[in-house]
Design a protein around this ligand. Structure first.
Ligand SMILES: [Zn+2]
Length: 102
């Protein structure tokens, strides 16, 4: 008999910045999946939080929007800002490469 759990195959499905790769096991009865973020990071998440849009990225989106806000307010013009800017651009380039490889 098939187990009572409904198994949805999310492989290759993309939600916002995250693309489902493969099932990564269970945590407290909930199915976890390995998601690849556009920035190149991987995250283990429950599909529900991704499908509902609760989680849109590995966390890079939050970081980026924070740095964009900081730029708008002109609060970080030196040092730290350059670093964030650099990380942001590298992430963006990696995302571009990932997209073209499809
Ligand atoms: Zn990311």
């Amino acid at each position: 008999m098939v187990s009572k759990d409904r198994f949805t195959d999310y492989t290759g499905k993309k939600f916002h910045r995250l693309t489902a790769q493969w099932p990564a096991g269970r945590n407290k009865g909930r199915m976890k999946w390995l998601f690849l973020c556009e920035c190149g990071n991987i995250s283990i998440l429950t599909p529900t939080e991704v499908v509902t849009g609760h989680t849109k990225s590995c966390g890079c989106w939050n970081k980026e929007s924070r740095s964009i806000r900081a730029t708008i307010h002109g609060m970080s013009r030196q040092g730290a800002h350059n670093l964030i800017y650099d990380i942001y651009h590298r992430a963006k380039n990696r995302a571009k490469k990932l997209r073209t490889s499809f």
